[in-house]
Design a protein around this ligand. Structure first.
Ligand code: ITT
Length: 194
């Protein structure tokens, strides 16, 4: 079954492909339709993920969407659903430094990555969704070159290094995206009977 991921973020596509079960193939929606400027103002990860699906519903192909972000407890959930838009035109190293500076005297380092993943089948208007998270802490400094976004400052629970250091194979097992899409694919599998 061929699925189209509504994203302009190549790293998401790469991570979803790493956990694809047999019988599924994922392509970016950009392969068949121009990328649209989707206003992600729903206020929740699920709501924004749904806006991505709605934007391409008329294309008539099976869709996937991922809305995700980093939620930091001591910053009241910041950057949360605004993870991509916070200082949008700045490099991630600057964005992460701002966060680290704001937390320099903060003992509560608790944080989580959240991913709301959706599947939509236009042939019968079936929509399947799951939300998953990975808990961890915000490191004291940026380390590692793997992954993307905020990975160099996020240390998953049970580990002492960031996703930026741990790399793809550990991240795919532990991450919000890995958990969400594994669950989503198993539900789609049940639904399609394939
Ligand atoms: P699309 O909306 O086109 O899918 P995006 O990057 O704008 O791409 P989101 O709106 O879902 O995606 O914003 C997610 C942001 O949260 C992302 O840009 C990163 O800054 C951060 N993020 C999400 N998952 C992450 C991960 O696995 N590792 C590091 N940062 C992540």
């Amino acid at each position: 079954m061929k699925l189209y991921l509504v994203t302009s973020n190549e790293n998401k596509l790469k991570e979803v492909r790493l956990i694809l079960p047999e019988g599924f193939d994922v392509e970016s929606i950009e392969a068949i339709a121009p990328m649209k400027d989707i206003v992600e103002d729903a206020g929740t990860f699920f709501g924004n993920s749904l806006k991505k699906i709605e934007a391409y519903r008329d294309v008539g192909v099976p869709l996937l969407a991922d809305d995700s972000g980093l939620v930091i407890e001591s910053l009241g959930g910041f950057p949360g659903v605004n993870s991509a838009r916070f200082m949008q035109n700045s490099h991630y190293s600057e964005k992460m430094q701002i966060i680290l500076d704001r937390m320099v005297n903060e003992e509560n380092r608790a944080a989580r990555f959240v991913c709301a993943a959706l599947f939509y089948d236009p042939s019968n208007s079936v929509l399947v969704g799951v939300e998953e998270q990975v808990e961890g802490i915000i490191a004291r400094k940026q380390t590692g070159e793997n992954g993307f976004g905020y990975d160099p400052i996020f240390v998953p629970q049970g580990y002492s290094q960031t996703f930026g250091v741990l790399g793809d194979s550990v991240k795919k097992e532990l991450s919000h995206r890995g958990k969400a899409f594994r669950k989503l694919f198993s539900l789609v599998h049940l639904y399609t009977g394939k």
